[in-house]
Design a protein around this ligand. Structure first.
Ligand code: HEC
Length: 140
């Protein structure tokens, strides 16, 4: 698109406004229009795994009751390496979890593996610290 040939960036004093302008430009020029859309581990997980594991990895109510592995548990996740996780996703855990062999190819599989690992790294909200600076933004 020729409209992307914007060279001059309006001079503003605020740095974040400038960044904002850049971001808008970038978004306008690189807006994905098809297969080049970036892969999102979150989306893959939501689509293929969350119906059993829940979006946070802890398991849906029904599955949590039957003792599904909590994927947000660092104690568990730290023991599972990337290769092992790939293997689990490919083979599943018969008979309860289906295998996804052939459904994900790299780089999607790698992105998914990284995302699953990140579920256990996210700070557990509400239990350990009640009101910190990050959270207080939401509820002033
Ligand atoms: C149909 C429901 C279902 C789907 C879909 C599903 N899982 Fe599972 N998953 C399970 C169940 C049930 C278990 C526990 C299996 C067991 O204890 O034998 C499990 C276990 C796991 C484990 C732990 C395995 C272990 O050795 O302890 C991982 C990791 C995992 N799933 C990742 C995923 C990922 C990633 C996806 C998406 C690509 C996914 N699962 C999709 C039901 C599912």
């Amino acid at each position: 698109m020729s409209s992307c040939k914007v060279i001059a960036v309006p001079h503003t004093r605020k740095f974040n406004q400038w960044i904002g302008a850049l971001a808008v430009l970038w978004a306008a020029c690189t807006a994905p229009s098809g297969p080049e859309r970036p892969i999102s581990g979150k989306q893959i997980f939501a689509r293929h795994c969350a119906r059993c594991h829940g979006t946070d990895g802890r398991g849906t109510a029904a599955y949590a009751q039957s003792g599904i592995q909590d994927l947000s548990d660092p104690m568990y996740m730290n023991r599972i390496g990337d290769d092992q996780l790939r293997q689990i996703i490919r083979m599943g855990k018969p008979p309860k979890m289906p295998g996804f062999e052939g459904q994900f190819i790299e780089p999607s599989l790698g992105v998914l593996v990284a995302y699953v690992h990140s579920l256990a790294k996210q700070p557990v909200s509400s239990s350990s610290n009640s009101g910190d600076s990050e959270d207080s933004k939401k509820s002033p």
